[in-house]
Design a protein around this ligand. Structure first.
Ligand code: OOG
Ligand code: NI
Length: 447
């Protein structure tokens, strides 16, 4: 049916509606967005090479609409329904993240678009965590949490009905898509009224703040949204001047000539007033804002080097010192595109230049020669995923810096996939396939 709205359009409509709602709910997020837009503009003005680069790679247009969000759910049914909801927007579950190692009783995936064209249009991602009730030690409390979760439906009846329509029709008309965005948004809205009594909340909160956050609300409120910045150090520096209190450390790799993976920082979660089911007033700390700077995706070899250097560097108490220390440790990580490419540390997208189109690659010509002659251009492939160690650091925005690290169960990817109703996609396979496709399009044999 050609009069269906594309999944890309629905995703963009949804991510815009989500952003508008969150700016209303958490005005500081709007302030952060403005700051990011200003810094991005200045960075591009000051760096023509970067601007040309992003323009040529078709990255400029997506910059200001680009963001990710995060949610946490309580049951397999909720996760499986979210899978259908995000599928309508062209988003698939990619990657498995075990956060229990960092003392957070959840495991997660990222719903995001996967094909090149969709990523170019709008790479909106939602980091989605599933509570692991088996990590609640007290059996009575575990039972209670499970009962509360089983009784709620975080989706509106109309949303569920529309999901069925989508499955039958294989798409949405413009009107149906509009209704769907409105209904789907309800699942992610903040509720100042908790359907549990204050005692239950206190008990769950004492087990772990995240458990209370998942169990004690009628929906899975969006807990942060994250615009993409071109200069995270600058935004971190400027946040206090806009009345925003950033977390201490920027997570991830240090600042580099060639940015790799993902650097992130956030502001501390707000203390918000809530009313419990028994009428008692209270507060809940869950929602914050975050920024991210994305770099090139690493191959398994590059990732292994990243993981080794990151763990060697450890953590710190002061951002400036920590960044200097990181930079020193990361001297062992090549910092120019040619070496990253030749050593197979990062993924690249290859394309023919105008010269290359006039004189296409012939059999036997090496990639290095073609690049040196300016006939083939290698653009870094942007990392579209998340980092478990950084994610654990971001969860702390919620938990306070002195958060308790607790022992945790085994990673359970199978249990997560059973709840989801399908396997998660392997992000490395996706990057590799993209690189291979681009080589094939240049008329080159995959490396
Ligand atoms: C998710 C934290 C992970 C990120 O950017 O790494 C995340 C959460 O707090 O629910 O969003
Ligand atoms: Ni995030």
């Amino acid at each position: 049916m050609e009069n269906f709205l594309s999944a890309d359009r629905i995703r963009t409509r949804f991510s815009q509606a989500m952003s508008a709602m969150y700016q209303q709910e958490v005005p500081q997020y709007g302030t952060l967005m403005q700051l990011v837009a200003t810094v991005n503009e200045r960075t591009l003005d000051a760096d023509c090479a970067l601007k040309d680069r992003l323009t040529a790679a078709d990255e400029i247009d997506r910059l200001n609409i680009e963001r990710h969000g995060a949610i946490r759910v309580g049951t397999a049914d909720e996760l499986a329904t979210l899978r259908q909801l995000f599928a309508v927007m062209g988003m698939s579950p990619v990657g498995y993240y075990d956060l229990s190692q960092a003392g957070v009783p959840v495991h997660s995936t990222a719903f995001r678009p996967v094909d090149d064209a969709a990523l170019r249009r709008n790479p909106f991602r939602v980091f989605t965590s599933l509570l692991r009730p088996e990590l609640i030690d007290d059996p009575a409390l575990r039972e209670k949490a499970t009962t509360i979760l089983a009784a709620r439906d975080i989706f509106t009846p109309r949303c569920r009905a529309l999901l069925r329509v989508h499955q039958e029709q294989g798409g949405f008309t413009a009107d149906q898509a509009e209704a769907f965005v409105t209904e789907a948004l309800e699942t992610f809205r903040w509720h100042a009224h908790s359907p549990v009594d204050s005692q239950t909340y206190q008990a769950l909160n004492q087990q772990h703040r995240l458990i209370a956050d998942v169990v004690c609300f009628p929906g899975c409120h969006i807990n942060h949204l994250t615009p993409r910045t071109l200069d995270i150090d600058r935004v971190q520096q400027l946040m206090p001047s806009r009345g925003i209190d950033p977390k201490t450390l920027i997570e991830g790799p240090p600042r580099r000539q060639v940015p790799i993976l993902l650097r992130q920082t956030s502001f501390r979660a707000l203390e918000e007033a809530i009313i419990f089911q028994d009428g008692h007033p209270g507060t809940h700390t869950a929602r914050f804002g975050e920024i991210e700077q994305r770099g090139v995706a690493l191959t398994p070899k590059g990732r292994a080097l990243y993981d080794r250097l990151l763990s060697e560097a450890g953590s710190g108490q002061d951002n400036e010192q920590h960044q200097q220390h990181l930079a020193a440790i990361f001297r062992d990580f090549p910092d120019d595109e040619t070496t990253l490419r030749q050593q197979g540390l990062a993924w690249f997208h290859y394309r023919l230049s105008e010269k290359g189109m006039m004189t296409p690659p012939a059999q036997g010509e090496s990639l290095d020669t073609l690049i040196a002659q300016g006939r083939v251009v290698a653009d870094p492939i942007v990392y579209e995923d998340f980092l478990p160690v950084s994610a654990a650091g971001i969860f702390q925005s919620n938990l306070g810096d002195q958060a308790q690290v607790r022992s945790a169960g085994q990673a359970s990817r199978q249990a997560f996939e059973a709840a989801l109703g399908c396997e998660v996609l392997d992000e490395m396979a996706l990057y590799e396939a993209r690189q291979q496709r681009s080589l094939a399009q240049c008329g080159l044999r995959p490396a």
